[in-house]
Design a protein around this ligand. Structure first.
Ligand code: AMP
Length: 184
């Protein structure tokens, strides 16, 4: 049976291991958690219990949703591995973690975060560009956090490094619910 491409049962969320300065970021993580749980979508994430990562996982669990964490052994202490998840996978390294997170999800969402978050967004997006997967890649632009990045991405097209077509595949919205609708 061919799966309906719009059927999204699991979403992989990349976000900061810190909360960030603007309280709107953590609030958005909680709102994303609500949206996922309410729609019966399983959260796949990095398994940490701190920052935005902890906020979104806690919220999905509080609303009765399912959360799968994937964390490398060395980060279990640094990222305070979440103890109450539906499922937790401990991987040997970061490469295995990223591959497993990607395999377990039907779509990707990046929220505000730091270098780890940006790396995960770009890896997932370039994999789509290379045809390794056909899963939608979304960006939650909370309070304009990613405005500068989006502007720069337009510049990569103007300068002839990224095609208009690939630039257009990044799905952007500022509201969790609206972003989930667009991903479908
Ligand atoms: P950050 O956005 O830097 O707070 O990190 C968010 C998540 O990305 C955390 O789970 C980090 O473990 C993870 N991360 C950090 N560095 C990398 C990397 N080089 N590749 C993939 N994930 C990373």
């Amino acid at each position: 049976m061919v799966a309906d491409p719009r059927e999204i049962k699991s979403v992989c969320v990349y976000c900061g291991s810190q909360d960030g300065r603007d309280p709107a970021y953590a609030a958005a993580a909680r709102a994303m958690g609500d949206a996922l749980a309410d729609q019966g979508i399983r959260l796949v994430y990095g398994g940490g219990g701190i920052g935005m990562m902890g906020q979104i996982a806690d919220r999905v669990l509080q609303r009765g949703g399912q959360v799968v964490g994937v964390i490398p052994e060395v980060l279990m202490r640094a990222e305070v591995a979440h103890a109450g998840l539906t499922e937790m996978h401990v991987t040997a390294d970061m490469h295995e973690r990223k591959a497993m997170m990607a395999d377990l999800a039907d779509a990707f969402i990046t929220m505000p975060g730091g270098l780890g978050t940006l790396e995960e967004l770009f890896e997932t997006w370039t994999w789509a560009q290379l045809g390794y997967h056909q899963k939608p890649v979304g960006l939650l632009n909370v309070n304009g956090y990613f405005d500068g990045l989006l502007q720069f991405l337009d510049q990569t097209v103007e300068h002839g490094y990224v095609s208009e077509q690939h630039r257009g595949t990044l799905i952007v919205d500022s509201e969790p619910q609206a972003l989930l609708v667009k991903l479908r």
